[in-house]
Design a protein around this ligand. Structure first.
Ligand SMILES: [Zn+2]
Length: 184
C-alpha cells in the first residue's frame, strides 16, 4: 500500500526537520481563498503556476470546483476563512479537461452497483429526496461553471461587501491561467 510508503517517508521527513522551510501561521499571507478542483495534475502545478507558497492562501478543493448551494461545505469554509482567518479575496479556479465536465450519471450509478452498492440503497437515497443526477452531473463548459460558482459566492447573504470574488480557468497541461470574471 502507498500508505506505508508515505508513513515511512514521514518519519524521515520529521527526523530530518524538513518541515522547517514550511513553518508559518494559519492566517493566509495573501489574505486569499483559492477554491479549485481536486484534479491530481494541479496538486503542484497550480501553486507553482500562481506563485503560491506554504502559508499564502486557504486552499479548498472538490470535484470540479463546483458550488451550487449557498450552504454547501465549500461555501461554509469560505465564510470561515473570511470571518475567522482574515481572507479578503476569493478565487475560483476551474480547469480545462475536467472530469466533472462529462460525468455520465447513469454510468456512474451502474459503476456503483458493480462495486457492490445495492439497488435498495440507491432507492432509499432517491426516496430521501437526493437526486444523484443533480448531485453528480457536473457541467457543460468550465467557464459557465466557474461563473456559476462565483455568482453563488458573490451573492451570498453572509458575504461582506468588501470581499472580491474572481473566477479563473487553468490549463492543467501548461499552467496557463485565463480570467473568466474579476472584481476590482
Ligand atoms: Zn477537475
Amino acid at each position: 500500500m502507498h500508505l506505508d510508503e508515505m508513513l515511512d517517508y514521514n518519519k524521515k521527513f520529521v527526523e530530518r526537520k524538513e518541515y522547517e522551510p514550511y513553518r508559518t501561521d494559519s492566517i493566509p499571507n495573501k489574505r486569499m481563498v483559492v477554491f479549485t478542483c481536486m484534479e491530481s495534475r494541479l496538486v503542484e502545478l497550480l501553486p507553482r503556476a500562481l506563485n503560491i507558497h506554504n502559508g499564502d492562501v486557504k486552499m479548498l478543493k472538490n470535484a470540479g470546483a463546483i458550488i451550487r448551494k449557498p450552504f454547501d461545505s465549500i461555501m461554509k469554509s469560505i465564510l470561515v476563512a473570511i470571518y475567522e482567518l482574515k481572507a479578503e479575496e476569493v478565487v475560483v479556479i476551474g480547469h480545462h479537461d475536467c472530469g466533472m465536465s462529462h460525468v455520465d450519471t447513469e454510468k456512474l450509478t451502474e459503476t456503483m452497483k458493480e462495486k457492490g452498492v445495492a439497488d435498495k440503497t440507491l432507492e432509499t437515497i432517491n426516496h430521501s429526496g437526493i437526486d444523484l443526477h443533480e448531485e453528480f452531473h457536473g457541467f457543460e463548459t468550465v467557464e459557465d461553471s466557474v461563473r456559476q460558482s462565483v455568482s453563488i459566492i458573490r451573492n451570498h447573504q453572509l458575504l461582506p461587501e468588501t470581499i472580491k470574488v474572481h473566477g479563473l480557468v487553468i490549463d492543467p497541461a501548461t499552467g496557463k491561467v485565463d480570467v473568466v470574471t474579476r472584481q476590482d
